[in-house]
Design a protein around this ligand. Sequence first.
Ligand code: SF4
Ligand code: SF4
Length: 192
Amino acid sequence: MSRRSATRQYPDVSPNLPPRSRGVIALFEENCTVCMLCARECPDWCIYIDSHKETMPAREEGARARQRNVLDRFAIDFALCMYCGICIDVCPFDALFWSPEFEYAEYDIHELTHEKDRLREWMWTVPPPPAHDPNGEMSKEVAAAEKPPLPGGGPPGGGRPGGGRPGGGAAREPRRVGDRVDTARDGGEARS
Ligand code: SF4
Ligand code: SF4
């Protein structure tokens, strides 16, 4: 009674939402490896993924041909989604992001299933990540990129206290590369 009305004048005036609001989920298709983790962990089972395998030529002569997953369908049913964010948290390849966009109400509930092209379009509305705290700890990715290579062409890590071994060669501890664990030996490939 003693305060003025706080009625929001939406849609005439857009609400001033925090940039990390959970509006809609965006898909960065190029990062998706069809690992199916998001679909398996989704408590509502509202992520639909179809894919097929494609054979790629071997990198070297005499090596085996490689196979890769090709994404055919990726859809999220926002009529079922409860915006818990688990799919985004568990994606090991940074293929899913929150966008604060929320204006996608439909008269037909079927239209709330967004296929991959539409999920891709939401990527343009994803805000940039917050700036790094200049006094904070350096991220693992930047620290790994800035490590000087070891003499003799060994892997990076010589600048790490107690970490570098001239020439490399012996087995080393698995290390985190982004969200992947690099279990390869020196000179090998990182596996997810
Ligand atoms: S936010 Fe939660 S409910 Fe929605 S698609 Fe992701 S895991 Fe499923
Ligand atoms: S968890 Fe990420 S990489 Fe795996 S299928 Fe889902 S979106 Fe693609």
